[in-house]
Design a protein around this ligand. Structure first.
Ligand code: SAM
Length: 184
């Protein structure tokens, strides 16, 4: 399958590269599906950190992560991502927690604060994945702000791709891939 039609196919494609032994961060843990994928990608010698502001999210994620030990979840905003010294992979799956209060969502300002910090902390060759949805409250403002922030990332330091599902109706998600270049 060359052309993708779901956001997770793009995430899976990125994670199929070799991240074994690396440090990864799930900036929006939710039910833990992405955290689980990150744990599989980094293997038992790697480590995964996660952030979410909802207890409901952290506790349901812990259930699906029960077979793993090499992770730590913070009941905190991803604005605190800089408490982690260095990492190689980060995923932001923006929006609200499925099956929960749709009013608790990621927000433009805190997402951008976190992205700024992630850019500083990510190792050369490391990737930041941002999945952005539209439709819920605040999502249009967040999309516009995040898109503008990512568009203006210095091309001397980072490679940036924006992937859209161009012919899909009903506001399909956009996936941004941001890779830190090696120092020349
Ligand atoms: C679309 S869901 C994430 C889906 C999740 N990655 C999964 O695999 O199930 C977005 C999550 O972001 C969380 N969130 C909202 N604001 C946040 C913040 N400032 N820092 C971290 N997480 C936040 C929400 O509580 C929600 O669980």
């Amino acid at each position: 399958m060359i052309v993708k039609e779901k956001y997770f196919e793009i995430v899976d494609e990125v994670l199929s590269h070799n991240f074994l032994g690396k440090i990864a961060v799930d900036a929006t843990v939710g039910r833990g599906n992405d955290t689980l994928k990150l744990l599989k990608a980094v293997g038992e010698k790697g480590f995964v950190y996660g952030f979410d502001v909802q207890e409901d999210a952290i506790s349901s994620a812990e259930k699906i992560l029960k077979d793993f030990k090499n992770y730590k979840l913070f009941l905190e905003s991803h604005e605190n991502i800089d408490k982690i010294e260095k990492f190689d992979l980060v995923i932001y799956n923006l929006g609200f927690l499925p099956g929960s209060d749709k009013k608790i969502t990621t927000l433009k300002d805190s997402t951008i604060i976190s992205l700024k910090k992630a850019k500083k902390k990510i190792n050369c060759g490391g990737i930041i994945i941002v999945v952005s949805y539209l439709g819920h409250e605040n999502s249009f403002e967040e999309r516009e702000g995040v898109d503008d922030f990512i568009k203006n990332i210095d091309q001397r330091e980072f490679k940036v791709e924006k992937r859209e599902f161009y012919n899909q109706k009903h506001n399909p998600p956009i996936v941004y891939l941001i890779e830190k270049k090696a120092k020349s």
